[in-house]
Each structure stands twice: as C-alpha cells, then as structure tokens.
Design a binder for this molecule. Sequence first.
Ligand code: GLC
Ligand code: GLC
Length: 644
Amino acid sequence: MSQREQSEQIAAAREVLVELIGSRSRGAQDLLDRWDRWAPDLFAGLVGAYNMDHVVQPLVEVLAASHKARDAELQQRDRERVLNADWFQRPDAIGYVCYTDLFDKNLAGLNNRVDYLKGLGVSYLHLMPILKPRPGANDGGYAVMDYRTLREDLGTMSELKNTAKSLHKAGISLTLDLVLNHVALEHEWAVKAQNGDPKYRDYFYIYPDRHMPDQFEQSLPEVFPDFAPGNFTWDDRLNGWVWTTFNSYQWDVNWSNPNVFCEFADIIGNLANHGVDCLRLDAIAFIWKRLGTNCQNQDEVHSITEALRMFVRILSPSLIFKAEAIVGPSQVGAYLGEGHRSGKVSDMAYHNSLMVQIWSAIASKDARLMELSMSRFQAVPTNTAWGIYLRCHDDIGWAIDDSDAGRLGFSGHDHRMFLADYFTGKFYGSDAKGVDFQTDAVSGERRTSGSAASLAGIEVAQASGDTARLQRAVDRYICAYSMIFGFGGLPLIYMGDEIGLFNDESYVNDQAKAEDNRWLHRPSMNWEVANAAAAGELGHSVSGQIRSRMERLIGTRKRLDALHASVSTQVRSGRGLGVAIFDRKHPAGNLIQLYNLSDGNRYVNTDELGGLHGEVIDQLTGQHIWLNEGIALAPYEVRWLTKA
Ligand code: GLC
Ligand code: GLC
C-alpha cells in the first residue's frame, strides 16, 4: 500500500470512529489525538498480517465500543500514564508474581495483603491466570474457557475492578495473562466449531486427515513430549485434526483470520476497562504458523503484536504488553521491536537467557558463558524493559547455545546434561533439589522443575544440619537474586521467594495436577513466616535473612538512577572464574556490580572495573572503598559500586 493510500484509509477510518463515538468530551478528544499519533503504526502492523478490507472497519467498531465503556477514572489514569510512560522502566519498579488462590485464597484475601506487598516495595503485581479456565486439568489456568468471567472461586469481574482500584491507590500496577495462542476446547468458539459452524471452524486450524499435520510435524518441536506428544489432536465432533501445540485440550486459534484479531482486541479492551495495566502475552511466539518452519517467531507475530499494541495505545495508554517468548537471543529482540518496529511492539519481554545463565554460572562456578551469551544481545529500544526473573511458574529449559559452548571448548549438549544433573542434585557436591521435567527422546536432555530456594541448595543444606553449609546456600541464593535487582529492567519476585519457600510436593494428591511437576514450585504462601519476616521478627533464620537482605536490595535499587531500564547492562566475566561483572554506563553515573557466583574467594583487579578508580561507594552497604588495589570478594559476595 502506498503512503497516500494509507493516509486516505486512515482518514476514512477516523471519520467512522468520530461518528461511532459521537461525543465531543475530553476523553473523545484525547482518543482522537492518540488516533492521529498512532494510527499509522496501527496500520503498518495490520498490513503485515491482514487484508485491510476485512479488518479495519470491525476494528474501529471495537475501538469505539471499548472507548465508550471506559470510565472517567481510567481515562484520567491514561492521561497520567502518558506523562509517566516509563513507569515500568524506573528503578523503583519492583514486580511480584503470584497465584491468587495460593497467595491468599481469592481476591478478597488479596485485598487484605496489599499492605504486605507495599511493605516489600512492590509496584507491579502479576496475578497468574485468573480468567475462567476449563474444569479439571487446565495447565494452571492457561486453558481459558471464558475471557470475560473470572475463575469462580477467585471472585467476579467487578471485584477484579475493585482490586485494581485498591492496587492503584497503593501505587501497584496490575498484570494479567492474556492467553492468545489457544483456548480451551470448552470455549464458546471451540464448541461452535464442534457443532459445525463454518465461521468458527475458521477460528482454528482443522485438517480432515494427516496430510498437512504430517507435513507440519516434520519441522515442529514438541513442548510437552511426555504428557502431550505431537502438535495435533483428533476430535470426533470436528471430524478432523485440530492444532494443539500444548495440551490436547488447548486448541491453537487461527490468527490469520481477521475475526480472531478483532475478537482479541475486544477482549483486551474489556480487560483494560477493568483497570488492568499490563497484559502478559502468553506463548506469543507460537501464534503464526508457516509450513517448513518451527512455527515460532514468524514475522507476522510481530506485525500482529504491533497492531494490538497500537490499538491499546490509542484506546488505553495506561496498558502495556509483556511478551512471554522463551526464545533465543537472536529472536527475542524482535518482541521489543527491531528495525521499523523498534519500540512499537511489546514494552517488556522476559529475559529467559539471563535466567538460564545465572543458574548455569552458579552450577559451573564460571561466568564466561554468561558473558558470551549476553554479548549476543543488542541494546533494547529505550522505551522498553526486560522482565528479569530467577524463577517463575514454569520449568527451566537449559537453553545453552551450542556455538557459545563450543567457543569455550565444551559441548552444548554436555553442558545442558550437566545442568539438568546439577539441579536435580545428581552431580557430586550439588545441594540442588530439582526434578526432571520432560525428557527429549532423541538427545536425552531434560528441563528442570524446583523452587528457587530448593534449586539454590537451601532445602538440602538445611536438612543436613550443617550451619556453614546452610549459610553458604542462603548467600548463593541472595547472590543470584541480587542479579535480578541489579541487571536493569523490571525485577519479578516469584511469590514466596522473599522468604525462600521450598518445593511443595502436595500437588501429587490432586489428580488435575499430579502429572505436571511444575506444580512442585508453585507452593502456597506461608503467612505465618511471611508476616513474621516482614515484621523483622525472624532474625538470622533463613526466611528472616532472605527477607531483610532482599529489602535492602530493593531499597538500594530504588534510589539508583543508573538502574533505569533505558540503558543496557554489559556483562563481563571476571578474570577470576565465577565472577560476573555488570557494567552500567549511565548518564546518571556509572554503576559497576560485582558478583562472586562461586564458593571460593575471588579478587577483582582495578582494570576490570570499567574505569572506576579511587574512592568508591558500595551502595549496598554504604561502605567507602579505595580501589588502588582492586577488591576482594568472599564467596557469593555482591558489590554495587559507584564513584564516591
Ligand atoms: C506459557 C505458560 C505455561 C503454559 C504455556 C501454554 O508458556 O507460561 O505455563 O503451559 O504457555 O499456555
Ligand atoms: C516452552 C514454551 C514456553 C512455555 C514452556 C512451558 O518452553 O516455549 O512458552 O512456557 O514451554 O513449560
């Protein structure tokens, strides 16, 4: 489409919009201003995936209807957010991730815990899947049956809106999952497709026989080879094979159908109007299929995300996107926007590689692979941020790049096997207590489940009764978490990690969970310990220490302008193996962080400190240090240094 044609289309669509909103209110004027600013990018996204004749008119209708349903309070929030667009990038942004039921039963319970979150310093809360899932096994809520209803035991949509309000009052933004690669087979669209409605059959990928599925399978990996082998499921009612990347009850939706795009725009508008501030785009990498590829990271994925993002920027600028794309360094950048889409796609993306590299450096007591792997990352667009995490609700896939490993003289396969052994405690000397998740039939490689504290060795060390060993494990854990707060980007604390919760084996008693050991690291909150730790009553105990040391990290982070996410971190490996150096060259002042990820003493020479010299301050302790002689690090010691 030529520039000129596009401008004409935008102008025509604007007229339709004006007519539909039919108001001259301030909110309507703001909407049109935003339309004028962002419609070209909206159209650029749409053109990348759709025939414009089929998508523009229905989308404008969704936009107008969603706008009319947006209340005055949220419109005011939109205005404030436009002036504070970097809210999620700032050093004072601290994230927390929990299951509502495992945190405190339901939304009412959560409302009583807002002060707890505030006390920890949290400004961003991700509630794990909360929309109505299918009954029985539902992949932890990632098989959604109705996007407009809440899971009954958690509350109602109007309670959600009130929770969002109380969170906002406390300075906390609300994130929910948007599961957009698939729906539950009980979802209305799937039921209509099963009943033979051709409109809804087109919402899915359905094949009459194995011809196409077999062709696709030649280049498709398997996400859950153990309990959901293959990528297609036969369904009698459909009389066909339906695409199911994940579990057989999760049907992939057909994003090449513009109706699907408009349905999701409408769902997003509804969530936005309930006060949601961020949507986590679940499994976003998978939403476009192309024969002969692994059907991940296709260019259309980014066009579609750009279009949805611009739709939201026009409708409700308080809402942002976080991409869950667990993909390699060369692919993940596109989720934040590369080339002409720079900064126009998702606002955040999970930094899966960093997470893997932290665990890998701990296991091997060597940060060289981390340095190599991090050097593969380009700087991210300055209006975006990484979501930084040590643990989440999923397993850890040991995404070690073969060529990176090769450059250090070892094999990627061997290192992945080593990590799986190490973190399940099979490796000599390892205190880690994870379990294997899904084994690749060909390579024998396994992913790992387990809570952060158990993987860091605290559970085993505590059981050993050896206090020195236990202290070491706690130090190791805090060292790893310090990197989460220090890297730059939004740190995401996984629920219970602030008191070091261990693996929880009780899931095996629940039939709907038993076969999926990711539930091992989804424990219930222990409020007795959490409250006592928050009140500072637990002293030097494991939970008491973890909580108070984490609070110090959070407090320090919040006042360091150099941690604003608009600047990227350079990662270097110290000459003493096992030392990672994070170098943040920021106009607000340089920040050099040192992490001893090994259990021996290390020494960092002055020439490794990125130009820092003379008198410096360790921001974590307030200690002044003269750098003439370099700096010694005890096992797992962390220093965040700036000029004095
Ligand atoms: C995401 C979720 C994961 C789920 C999958 C399918 O990756 O994090 O828990 O199994 O999507 O929805
Ligand atoms: C795969 C997917 C990721 C998902 C995970 C669930 O790694 O890429 O999106 O979270 O499986 O275990």
